[in-house]
Design a protein around this ligand. Structure first.
Ligand code: ADP
Length: 652
């Protein structure tokens, strides 16, 4: 193969590089032509005598003579031609009538001229003596000096260019290096679908992809469209990465994981190069699951606007991902799994057939799944075997699998910090509580006065009792330890995760929300600011019940939420508020009833809370409904005495 053919082949393989090289070559050729043309132009406009000096100046410069020789030759009329170097350097090249060539440097010349030197009046003398006088462009230095000078003057700009070029090269390397690092990302995970609890629908969908990864030929044979792209959508920590990894594990495929930000680069074009190298890598490692986490980082196509370069770069990255996916061969055993928490940010083009056309949704775990998750993660730590995973699962409503894993880990760390032998149920419940309330027991605990603790105890006991006796739900735990923003908490759970709430359940919830304030009012004769959040939530619920949930007498079957804005006059608003207030007043009456009939239990519960700060499990259950009247009386009497003491202390 000739060199030309080789170059042509290289050019075809790297069309962009060939384009750049061609442009540079053309530019260089153009410059050379211009330079030659300019030199020719200059020459045609020069005098023949000047040209003779300039073409071979070394013939004169090699014969340096003192100025006196030049002066004498001028006086005696021996000069044939004289060339004075432009630039007032005092360099003179001259040819004698005998044909001898010589040069001299006249001292005393400056930027202002050569007045007062031997060159003074040289023009008149040339006319009088008849020798040729020309100005010449000649450098008086020797060839090596000239070369050294050229090198010296070119060094600073060259150095600058080197620094800039080096910097750019380094930047490009850094930007694209991650692409090379991706090769170290290709792993062969052992994870299986069984390692992920729940999400059965997602597993069923991914099983189809697994079938393809096992035998792509079967799809190719039948001409069936292979599943190429899977979009996993779900809240954080619900197992998107875990399932993608399990897909690779089950399919005995490689797993390459990157996230959306992997492609974004400040250097223009580097992101697109990363996409290309990543897909190349995936093909090299086929069968392969290429996992792109937080794909919304690149998945939202910019639609003009002021974003400029960054936005168009993002569009180019998306386009490149699409081109790569469209270019999958029937036998390319690669599946791209993308994950996002923000489905709405995914560009429509990404969802077209042949791209991320399989949508798999992941949800937060259900009650039994949460129980299984607690069991799974507890089996990984040393525990005393008394943990009640069913209760933990009920309390941990709304937690994702990752959060449950984290809570169990937190409980184990706390146990280790306390020097315990194993993780106890208390460690676990406290870890869940810390997670739900957004913080450990706050230092404010030390600042609470006895009177405030007393009020808090009755407030929480009120919530717990009314919640229990109106069947709002199961009361799991009551505390008067301040955590996060709350000073005390009553945990209530539902036995089911039924998405529907019966009217009775909501009415009971309303009563429970108001019960803290009512208990304060009944026992202490006044209310505090601590009930403000309860009132706010109760009002919101009552308004929702009237306006949206269809529990209204005034509106019947009409939902206020469905009424167009223009029909929502002040009369409608007033009716909603009136009816909501009525609901709250009914709930208040229920509260008062329960608290009056359960007063003994209220006192006993509050007293116990003041002693232990926290109540849960059997002791709580006993105080709520199991304790005998005598027991409650005993506690209540103690409490009455304590209450009297507190009242006396407050009065003092
Ligand atoms: P996502 O990608 O949805 O944010 P991950 O897959 O990264 O969530 O989950 C983080 C961690 O949470 C996992 O490493 C695993 O320990 C745990 N986890 C998540 N989902 C499950 C699940 N379904 N079953 C068991 N553990 C899970």
């Amino acid at each position: 193969m000739t060199l030309w053919h080789k170059l042509l082949k290289l050019g075809r393989q790297h069309p962009r590089a060939a384009g750049v090289a061609g442009t540079v070559l053309l530019a260089l050729a153009g410059l050379a032509w211009l330079w030659q043309h300019a030199a020719l132009d200059t020459r045609t406009r020069k005098d023949a005598a000047a040209l003779a000096f300039e073409q071979d100046p070394d013939a004169w410069l090699g014969q340096p003579r003192p100025v006196s020789d030049f002066a004498q030759a001028a006086h005696t009329g021996q000069l044939k031609s004289v060339g004075i170097a432009n630039g007032k350097t005092g360099l003179v090249l001259y040819t004698l009538a005998s044909g001898d060539k010589a040069s001299t440097v006249v001292p005393g010349c400056s930027a202002l001229g050569c007045a007062g030197t031997v060159l003074d009046g040289i023009g008149e003398r040339s006319v009088a003596a008849g020798f040729t006088l020309v100005g010449i462009d000649v450098d008086g230095r020797s060839t090596s000096q000239r070369t050294l000078g050229a090198v010296e003057s070119a060094t600073p700009p060259l150095l600058l260019m080197l620094v800039i070029g080096g910097g750019l090269l380094l930047l490009t390397r850094l930007q694209t290096q991650a692409g090379q690092h991706a090769s170290t990302l290709a792993t062969r995970p052992q994870t299986q679908f069984a390692d992920a609890i729940g999400n059965d629908e997602a597993k069923a969908a991914l099983n189809r992809v697994k079938a393809f990864l096992h035998d792509p030929a079967q799809y190719a044979k039948l001409g069936a469209a292979a599943p190429r792209g899977v979009l996993l959508v779900g809240p954080p920590g619900t197992g998107k990465t875990l399932l993608a990894k399990a897909l690779a594990g089950e399919s005995r495929a490689h797993f390459i994981a990157v996230d959306g930000s992997y492609f974004t680069a400040t250097y223009y074009g580097a992101g697109v190069a990363k996409v290309r190298s990543l897909f190349k890598l995936a093909r090299q490692h086929a069968p392969c699951v290429l996992f792109i986490d937080e794909v919304d980082g690149i998945g939202k196509r910019a639609t003009g606007g002021p974003g400029g370069g960054a936005e168009s770069e993002m569009n180019r990255i998306i386009n490149r991902v699409l081109v790569e996916m469209d270019g999958f061969d029937a036998m390319d055993n690669v599946v791209v799994v993308a994950a996002t928490n923000h489905e709405e940010n995914i560009d429509e083009a990404l969802r077209r057939p042949g791209r991320f056309d399989m949508l798999v949704r992941l949800n937060k775990p259900t009650l039994p799944e949460r129980q299984a998750l607690f069991e799974l993660y507890l089996s990984k730590v040393k525990h005393d075997g008394h943990a009640d995973c069913a209760t933990l699962a009920r309390i941990a409503s709304g937690l994702s699998p990752a959060e449950i894993a984290n809570v169990v880990n937190k409980a184990a760390s706390n146990a280790a910090e306390q020097g315990a032998d194993s993780v106890t149920p208390d460690h676990l419940v406290r870890a869940v509580e810390t997670h739900l309330l957004g913080g450990e027991v706050s230092p404010m605990k030390e600042l609470l006065t006895e009177a405030t603790r007393h009020r808090l105890a009755y407030h929480e006991a009120g919530h717990a009792l009314v919640g229990h006796w109106t069947h709002a739900g199961r009361i799991e735990r009551v505390t008067i330890e301040p955590r996060g923003p709350g000073l005390g908490v009553t945990y209530m759970t539902r036995d089911t995760e039924d998405p529907l709430y019966a009217q009775g359940e909501l009415v009971s919830r309303l009563a429970m929300m108001l019960a803290g304030r009512e208990a304060e009012l009944m026992v202490l004769g006044s209310v505090s600011s601590g009930a403000s959040d309860d009132l706010k939530r109760a009002s919101e619920l009552a308004i929702q019940m009237v306006g949206q949930l269809g529990f209204s007498n005034a509106f019947g079957l009409l939902s206020v939420a469905g009424i167009p804005k223009e029909l929502l006059g002040p009369d409608v608003q007033a009716k909603v508020l009136d009816e909501a207030r009525l609901l709250l007043e009914q709930a208040q009456a229920t509260c008062r009833d329960v608290l009056t009939t359960q007063r003994r239990r209220l006192d006993a519960l509050a007293q116990q809370l003041l002693c232990t700060d926290v109540l849960s499990g059997e002791p709580l259950k006993a105080l709520l409904d199991g304790a005998t009247a005598a027991e409650i009386d005993a506690v209540a009497q103690t409490d009455a005495a304590a209450h009297a003491d507190t009242a006396a202390a407050l009065a003092a």
